[in-house]
Design a protein around this ligand. Sequence first.
Ligand code: URA
Length: 208
Amino acid sequence: LPESGRRGSGNAGLRALREAAAGCRGCPLHENATQTVFGTGDAHARVFLVGEQPGDQEDRKGAPFVGPAGRMLDRALDEAGIDPAQTYVTNAVKHFKWAHEEGRGKRRIHKPPTLREMTACGPWLAAELVLTEPEVLVVLGATAGKALFGSSFRVTKERGSCTEREVHGRTELVVPTIHPSAILRADDQDEVYGGFLADLRVAARMLE
Ligand code: URA
């Protein structure tokens, strides 16, 4: 943005953006979600992390990555030496998309967002990037990757790399990795966690 367009930059800008996103009706997902889950972190954060969409607990609490996947992420960030105060954490889609589990049970099961829903949510992510101007952008999983780079994105191919990529018209240093919930689902959690940690260390090195 030109200087004149940056009056609301930094944390005040993020606060204004969060308030605006609370009333977003850009796609139908707001109808079944409890609230918009906007990004959290400081405008001067050096590392910007993008997940897929809020989960059940995030939907209830109104903050990203506060459930089981978030605990896995926090542990790996700590081990990679990335200070939480240096991170801005958000999702490609800001409302929880879910359906009731088949059969009995009231558990709300996450459903992947459609391309249309990811596209509708794109401007929020673009604005978060303008206001934070991170040094490194960490993409958590295939859905976030596809939301940012298109449907040809393959996380298995790209993970652990560190390349300049175009994101919403900006050039960002991008490190893709798996989604932390993939660790929770894995048979060999230690091995999958080790790979995740190695990818985060690639991002950490960019801050040295
Ligand atoms: N999974 C995500 O992708 N984002 C969250 O905020 C929580 C779980």
